[in-house]
Design a protein. Sequence first.
Length: 96
Amino acid sequence: MHQARIYRPAKTATSSGRRKTHRWVVEFEPRSRKEADRLIGWIGSDDTDQQVQMRFPDQESAIAWCKREGLTYTVYEPHERRIRPKAYADNFIRKV
């Protein structure tokens, strides 16, 4: 039986935008380890399910798809972003 993980991706470190962080992703857990090819030296495995990545508009749709396909799944809740209000005047507050 396949094991899937459901999560909402974090924003990339090189981007200030949050465009691709609103959709939920379903990926399959790896079933075999990755090994180096003896001839070329590239890293790979015989598990082609690792190449599949399904995207859904919400968490409920992703869970429904996993149930319909008969997959066991684990849901990873996203860490919510904390926004701390800042003011320019805070730069000049004297800390004692």
